[in-house]
Design a protein around this ligand. Structure first.
Ligand SMILES: Cc1cc2nc3c(=O)[nH]c(=O)nc-3n(C[C@H](O)[C@H](O)[C@H](O)COP(=O)(O)OP(=O)(O)OC[C@H]3O[C@@H](n4cnc5c(N)ncnc54)[C@H](O)[C@@H]3O)c2cc1C
Length: 431
């Protein structure tokens, strides 16, 4: 028998589960499907290898859904300071003022309790599954993937891998970068694979939980430190952290093949000096990095959100923050459609969603590249400023500061002059 819903969301990752909760709260009947099942929370478990820096905006959204207190009751690490700086060996470096090479933001000076939180992806997802499950209008179907999708003038019908069928006015593809829904709907993507990949390493270090997240930019890519929770009574005086080492795939292969002691020494030698003393390496995994954008955000009765619609360079940790903004926006337009008694797949509303989200996501994608080039290059500042169309080197600290604030999710808009530069630099290939 075919089950009928208002909306089917394929992918109960962080974005799909957030959207399902929000739609359920609006009285929209949702089927939320995921091929995986959640692992239960264990307070003394080692951290998930995948963590995300969640911005204050994401925190507000998750709080409005009721998921934030659940996250805090499990594990989340606030950071009050955020620093980025240039580690490029440059013969002129000692002559260049520190303001040209380093930017630090402090929650105190912004009058905020913190700048954001580092949260393990599995914890954000679990909290959202729990909130989704409390909504009577949300039906969570786990352990099944989508096999087929057929669209008619009235419904879209989804067939799962066990042959069962579901139908709804609208199907949301929130099934990640390799989205099957996107493929079944025939929506293409533009994709640029970066030369670098990211190696994420879960470590323990000696010391209390740090309140700062930082990254130093090297010509081969940034190296970042994200603080996590205390290692507890089992390892007194130690804390967990997530390190990210961006580099060429061959170099990362070398690092992945090393034994624990050798890798620890390599990190200690090649990371910025302010890295605390490491005591243990728990896990490591590399991720390819691509800038990918769906050619359309909707097609007939299918709409995309989160990584299914766009992936960006993770260097400033904005991927899921953008995905949450998609979810919030889609929730808003579907509320309007429902209020007007319209079909949830009405092109008018889906077009409005794409109109609101595509330029914002595109702007952040381009800003990532600008951000990278502003901090990581072997070019002297005057030359770099000229190439970026900044006119004079003295505006470079201003540009770095504002681009970093926006890229890290502290500002919602880029200032107009910098926005114009982003608009003029489609690929930043000229640097
Ligand atoms: C190294 C690295 C560091 C990052 N750091 C940050 C950060 O600090 N901050 C940040 O905001 N972002 C960060 N990101 C990006 C962030 O991880 C992604 O943007 C985010 O996970 C996307 O969430 P999503 O829900 O859209 O997709 P996903 O997390 O990919 O979830 C998709 C879900 O769909 C399910 N699924 C897939 N196919 C099917 C199918 N056929 N049928 C049923 N279910 C299916 C999967 O099981 C999964 O649960 C980082 C990414 C990387 C690689």
């Amino acid at each position: 028998m075919t089950q009928t819903f208002d909306t089917i969301i394929v992918g109960a990752g962080m974005v799909g589960a957030a959207l399902a909760t929000g739609l359920g709260q609006q009285g929209i009947r949702v089927a939320l499907i995921d091929q995986a099942s959640p692992a239960p929370y264990q307070p003394d478990s080692h951290p998930d290898i995948r963590v995300s820096a969640l911005s204050a905006g994401s925190e507000r959204y998750l709080a409005s859904l009721g998921a934030w207190p659940r996250i805090l009751a499990m594990r989340a690490t606030p950071y009050c300071r955020l620093a980025v700086w240039d580690e490029t060996p440059n013969p002129l470096k000692r002559l260049v003022p520190r303001s040209l090479t380093e930017v630090e933001f402090d929650a105190n000076s912004l009058g905020a309790p913190h700048l954001g939180h580092i949260v393990e992806n599995s914890i954000t997802q679990l909290a959202l599954w729990q909130t989704a499950e409390t909504e009577t209008d949300v039906t969570l179907i786990t352990g099944h993937s989508v096999r087929d999708l057929v669209q008619s003038t009235e419904y879209a019908t989804v067939t799962l891998d066990d042959g069962s069928q579901l139908q709804a006015q609208l199907v949301v593809g929130a099934d990640g970068a390799m989205s099957r829904v996107r493929e079944l709907a025939g929506i293409g993507v533009t994709r640029d694979q970066y030369e670098q990949q990211a190696l994420v390493i879960s470590v323990r270090y000696r010391g209390n939980v740090e309140d700062i997240t930082w990254q130093g930019f090297y010509p081969s890519g940034p190296r970042a430190f994200l603080p996590l929770h205390s290692a507890g009574e089992q390892h007194p005086g130690e804390s967990w952290a997530s390190l990210v080492w961006y580099d060429h795939p061959a170099r990362l292969d070398e690092l992945k093949a090393m034994g624990e002691q050798q890798l620890m020494a390599e990190i200690q030698q090649h990371f910025p000096e302010r890295l605390p003393e490491l005591t243990h390496i728990d896990a490591r995994a590399s991720f390819p990095i691509a800038r990918q954008h769906a050619k359309h955000y909707y097609q007939n009765r299918v709409v995309l959100a989160g990584d299914a619609a766009h992936t960006i360079n993770p260097l400033a940790g904005q991927g899921v923050n953008l995905g949450f903004q998609d979810a919030q926006c889609l929730q808003g337009v579907l509320k309007e459609a429902r209020r007007g008694g319209e079909d949830l797949a009405s092109a008018h509303w889906l077009k409005l969603y794409e109109h609101r989200r595509r330029p914002a996501n595109q702007r952040m994608m381009l800003t990532m590249d600008l951000f990278y080039h502003l901090f990581s290059n072997a070019i002297p500042p005057v030359h770099l400023a000229r190439n970026l169309g900044l006119g004079a080197a003295r505006v470079l600290p201003f540009a770095r500061n504002r681009v970093a604030r926006y890229a890290m999710g502290l500002d919602e808009q880029l200032p107009a002059p910098i926005q114009q530069i982003v608009n003029r630099l489609p690929g930043l290939g000229g640097l």
